[in-house]
Each structure stands twice: as C-alpha cells, then as structure tokens.
Design a protein around this ligand. Sequence first.
Ligand SMILES: Nc1ncnc2c1ncn2[C@@H]1O[C@H](COP(=O)(O)OP(=O)(O)OP(=O)(O)O)[C@@H](O)[C@H]1O
Length: 244
Amino acid sequence: MLDGVDWSVNEGERWVVVGPNGAGKTTLLQVAATTLFPTAGTVDVLDERLGRTDLFELRPRIGFASAAVAEKVPASETVIDLVLTASYAIIGRWQEEYDSSDVTRAVELLEALGCADLLRRRFVTLSEGERKRVQIARALMPDPELLLLDEPAAGLDLGAREDLVARLSRLADDMTAPSMVLVTHHLEEVPVGVTHALLIKKGKVVAAGKVDEVFTPEHLTACFGIPLDVERHNGRWFARAVLD
Ligand SMILES: Nc1ncnc2c1ncn2[C@@H]1O[C@H](COP(=O)(O)OP(=O)(O)OP(=O)(O)O)[C@@H](O)[C@H]1O
C-alpha cells in the first residue's frame, strides 16, 4: 500500500497529491486523517504522534472530505446537520448540543460554498456537485488546522468543476485558511495557489516538493508510465500525452 513514504506538510502549505489508480493516494490521506493506522513507521499529525495521542481531541483539528465519509452519511441527515456534526468529528446528528454561533458558522460556510438553498435538504438527495461543496463546508466547520480533500472535483461536470476549482483557488490564496492537502487525478483540477505537489506510484514517492519543480514532463512521465507533456497557463496546470 504505502512503502517508505517520507513526507511532511508545513504550516500554510497547499499540497496536491497525484498518482495513478491504486498508487496509495487515498490510503495516504486516510492516514493523515487518522482514520487508518500504518502497520509500520511513524506518523505525526499536527505535532501529535499517532498511537500516542487522543484521537477524539485530534480529529476535530482536521477537516476531511472524501467519498468514504460521504458513504457513511445516514439517509435522514440534513445538510445543516452534516455540517454541524463536524464540530465533534462525527457523522449523524444525535443528542449533541450546538449553540447559535455553531449554527451561524455552518450557515455562513454553506453560503460561502454556494449551498445556502440546500440547508434543509437531505444530503443523500443532493447531486454530486452539491455534495462536494457541502462536504467542503463540513470539512471547514471545525476551523481545522489541516484540510484534507480527497478528489473534491471527481464526478463534476465542466461548469461545476470550474466553479469548485475557483472556490478552492480562493481558499488556497487565503492566508488565514488551514494547511491543505488535495488528492486529484487531473492536473486541470489543481487550484491556483497550490504550493507543493507529491507524485506517488505503487505506494512510493516519485517526486515531492515545490509544485513547479514536481510537475515536469520527466516526473509525470515516470509517475504515469506514458510520455506526458505539461503546461501552465494563468496558474492552472494542463497535462497530455505526447503523441508520436
Ligand atoms: N482495506 C484495504 N485492504 C487491502 N488493500 C487495500 C485496502 N485499501 C486499499 N488497498 C489497496 O491499496 C492500494 C492503494 O489504494 P488507494 O485507494 O490508496 O489508491 P489510490 O491512489 O487512491 O487509487 P485511485 O486513484 O484508484 O482511487 C491499492 O492497491 C488498493 O487495492
């Protein structure tokens, strides 16, 4: 799964993780989100060593959006409750207490993600694009120090993807926003403002560091196993196969 991955994210950095199917991207993010434990090696998240720290205290400091989280949402859960429950890093509202400032924050985040009209809807009835935006609002709810987004643009149409990339670009640009790690399959989905990139293949690091030093034809070709060319326009990245 993951093998010899030596990788650190420093405060304020915005990382993107790219690699072929099965490379270990989701596994890596689940380890960072403390929902999966490594069988070997050590992991420190927000200066806490996994295995020696109280996860119930650590988890609300991490915002995590992924298909694995979305799959666990009960059919009856409303959008507003899904965002509110992130304060306790739980899914499914039960008997927890929330004060009016929690509700105000949840509403503001949903408004900022363009989801104000979805508050009372059941999450499971939303479209894929709506779900993605609601999940980002949920991930931001606890005012996390680390934001982890696993394929936030997967399954979106072109307009919804561009809208999401623009929102994530604004977030990446916001110096008060948390450190960020985003997994994606497509360089076109990388927000402007991403500072670093990690390329992985078969559980091993191919390249890691500043985004413009990592997103080179050589590294991408080595990572995906086909000749690839890469370009950057106005801060956005584009990759395609080199044709004979
Ligand atoms: N619970 C599990 N048990 C056994 N193997 C697993 C488990 N979860 C993932 N794997 C394996 O670990 C490897 C990495 O999977 P992971 O989902 O992290 O890859 P990925 O880079 O996110 O892939 P994709 O782009 O297809 O989503 C794969 O070979 C996968 O089959």
